[in-house]
Write a protein that binds this ligand. Structure first.
Ligand SMILES: CSC[C@@H](O)[C@@H](O)C(=O)COP(=O)(O)O
Ligand SMILES: [Zn+2]
Length: 218
């Protein structure tokens, strides 16, 4: 089999995986008003990380609808790997920055939810939000009893290279996610499975926290 055929198959596989993730998250209402974006590192036969290709969602589409043009391939600079009319996510440079900065990063997911936005607004002044003693912290592969994690929060800069740089400044190797104030969350993992598990755990913690705050006010 030629390396072109292998690469083509890897691209198709990545698109299919992203399609399944997109469908699952859309069913949960995690892509309101065309927001959110997803990417996956494409497994190719070459080992050079700097030559990696990334499958990413096309910008501005209704992510609850399945079409033949929902994804495209970009390089680590965020440039389309082949001539295309399709526009990669406006936030592609955040994805590419994470693939370059986080070791073994293989998938990056971004969603806007009411709970992640509320938590980001409530705790931005502290630079992060801390969760302690939750069973679901184990989803981040942290197993000590009573463990705590702090999810960093950055300002929502309109300039994407600035936003990407700010995210890279606050990375914590134990915590695979960063909140952006009144915007959403970026989450990653060593596989699509791990990134999805991480995102579900973060969203559980945010929902729990917001509901606890409401209940404690009554
Ligand atoms: C329509 S609001 C959301 C966008 O501004 C952006 O934050 C977002 O998440 C989606 O952008 P996209 O270019 O579709 O990947
Ligand atoms: Zn966004």
């Amino acid at each position: 089999m030629s390396s072109n055929t292998i690469e083509l198959e890897a691209i198709q596989q990545a698109f299919e995986t992203l399609r399944r993730v997109k469908e699952t998250f859309a069913a949960r209402g995690w892509f309101p008003a065309t927001s959110g974006n997803l990417s996956l590192r494409i497994k190719t036969d070459h080992q050079d990380r700097n030559r990696s290709l990334i499958a990413v969602t096309v910008s501005g589409k209704d992510k609850s609808v399945h079409t033949p043009t929902d994804f495209l391939v970009v390089d680590l600079e965020g440039k389309p790997a082949a001539a295309s009319q399709l526009k990669p996510s406006a936030e592609t440079l955040i994805h590419t920055a994470l693939y370059q900065k986080v070791s073994k990063c293989a998938a990056v997911f971004h969603v806007h939810t009411v709970s992640n936005s509320l938590v980001s607004e409530l705790y931005k002044h502290r630079g992060g939000v801390t969760f302690k003693g939750h069973e679901l912290i184990k989803a981040f592969d942290i197993w000590e009893e009573g463990a705590s994690i702090t999810v960093p929060i950055v300002e929502n800069y309109a300039c994407i290279p600035t936003l990407a740089a700010e995210i890279c400044k606050v990375l914590d190797s134990r915590v695979p996610g960063v909140l952006i104030r009144n915007h959403g969350i970026y989450v990653w993992g060593e596989s699509e499975f791990a990134a999805k598990r991480h995102l579900e755990a973060f969203e559980f913690l945010f929902d729990y926290h917001v509901k606890l705050l409401i209940l404690s006010k009554n």
